[in-house]
Design a protein around this ligand. Sequence first.
Ligand SMILES: Nc1nc2c(ncn2[C@@H]2O[C@H](COP(=O)(O)OP(=O)(O)OP(=O)(O)O)[C@@H](O)[C@H]2O)c(=O)[nH]1
Ligand SMILES: [Zn+2]
Length: 315
Amino acid sequence: MDKQNGKIVKGVGGKYTVLCADGVRITARARGAFRHEQISPEVGDDVTLRIEENGDAYIESIGQRKNLLIRPPMANLDILFITAAAAKPAPVLSTLDKLSAICVHGGILPVFVITKCDLDPDGGARIAALYRKSGFPAFTLRGLGEDAGGADVSIDPEEVGALRAFLTANLPGKTAAFAGASGIGKSTLLNLLFPTLALTTGSISEKIERGRHTTRHVELFEADGGLVADTPGFSMLDFMRFDFMKVGDLADAFPDFAPWLGRCRYTKCTHLCEDGCAVCEAVRRGEIERSRHDSYVELYRILKDKKEWKKNGRF
Ligand SMILES: Nc1nc2c(ncn2[C@@H]2O[C@H](COP(=O)(O)OP(=O)(O)OP(=O)(O)O)[C@@H](O)[C@H]2O)c(=O)[nH]1
Ligand SMILES: [Zn+2]
């Protein structure tokens, strides 16, 4: 009997593909006891395999999860590229802020990618600047030429180069995914960044086909020394299906508030609009972006109405 450690990169019908340290892929089944323990292995899980004499492999244990997304179903995500278009469709900042708060709370680095900047260069640059100022990496991409928006849109190579450099520096050893609303140019971007992945993501008809199935699955692909989730067919909203955090944790999910937390007049300040709130004063001085605080207030109200979350670790 042999043991191997690895990461689940694919799971379909109770069969899991586990990428092991030496790059070997082993197909394994889950140990029956997981069902009693009400745990199911997910893509992204770090696992220990038991290999029997006859070559059969079983997932024996699942490592502690850093986070667990419901849709797309995957564990231990490190980086989420939050992609939004400068126009067509126009970005909804509260949606971007909500998703980034989920990320920060779950230990995922949010990276903003603003596509279609040729349609509104100033607007695109403004959004990227807003998120950079709020402490997040942010990139702009603009289609080139008269045929921008056509089937073979090409993107400014300098901007693509900046994003590529970020991937080269940050992806090794990490797991990343891309979230974005339909039509923002996510497929165009993924095909450009990961040409080999493009072969497997396939055509629009395949995407539609996948969309019809209720049990869609995710697969992780090796790229730039890390893993990238193949998530076409999952919408921006899918990524936000979660049991959100406690209202008391919300301010910590806004890293741009950090310099002012603990400096309010009242120790139990909610940072909505109390007298002597250091966060609100920073908003008034323009040191925190107003749209970020507006989103905070919106989320605060939603969370306040929700009961304490129960399902540990799920968000
Ligand atoms: N003007 C402009 N159009 C772009 C750009 N990038 C992509 N597009 C166009 O936007 C449309 C949607 O692009 P896709 O890459 O299919 O978008 P998607 O986000 O994958 O959309 P779904 O397949 O619906 O999820 C296509 O017609 C692209 O040619 C860009 O930078 N500028
Ligand atoms: Zn305050």
